[in-house]
Design a protein around this ligand. Structure first.
Ligand code: ADP
Length: 184
């Protein structure tokens, strides 16, 4: 695990199945229809139980570059109050505004966690699985959004965890955290 402590809170990068973490909110990488899928979204739906999909169906969908929030359902037994469904962009070569949309998906998720008074939130690497966004480009965007949010002023968030599944993603996030730690 790697971490950086800012005045306003901590950013952690670790290798973990996100559904096992003790945090107030878990972010999942959803699709725009919010119908559940494979990858991290499949694991989160499995852990939260069928009421999560019912809640997603009621919401109906979410734009790319945004996020919606639901209760954590079965995850609440373990203290995870909320699931935040973030819709990142599908990578189409980098000329379709993918980087800005990914940043917006992170920013909206952080905002939702904060407005629901979460002190801790865990993120997967949004868009870098089936959606094909290169993780070496995605990681610095994620870390920059975490830093920007914590430095922007009073927030409930004290702990932001990047939960990476595989060693390549872990290395990319660790490198981004190290590089940006020396930024002003
Ligand atoms: P997307 O469709 O946004 O690309 P994916 O779920 O396909 O989303 O992949 C996003 C990242 O989440 C990938 O790096 C994948 O390896 C990772 N991942 C899959 N399952 C889990 C899990 N249980 N916890 C954390 N990360 C996971």
């Amino acid at each position: 695990m790697r971490q950086v402590d800012l005045d306003s809170g901590r950013i952690e990068v670790r290798q973990a199945d996100i559904t096992t973490l003790q945090v107030d909110a878990i972010v999942t990488a959803a699709n725009a229809q919010l119908v559940g899928g494979g990858g991290v979204d499949g694991a989160v739906h499995q852990a939260a139980g069928p009421r999560l999909l019912d809640a997603c169906r009621k919401i109906g969908g979410c734009e790319t570059g945004s996020a919606v929030i639901t209760m954590g359902y079965d995850l609440q037994d373990r203290g995870v109050q909320y699931v935040i469904h973030a819709v990142g962009p599908i990578w189409r070569g980098g000329e379709q505004n993918e980087e800005a949309l990914l940043a917006e998906a992170y920013a909206k998720s952080l905002e939702l966690a904060d407005t629901h008074e979460c002190q801790s939130v865990a993120f997967p690497s949004i868009s870098t699985g089936v959606y094909g966004f290169p993780v070496e480009r995605a990681a610095p965007i994620a870390i920059a959004e975490f830093r920007k949010f914590l430095s922007a002023g009073p927030t409930h968030l004290r702990r932001i965890v990047a939960s990476l599944f595989d060693t390549r993603s872990l290395a990319a996030f660790e490198q981004a955290l190290d590089r940006q730690a020396s930024d002003p």
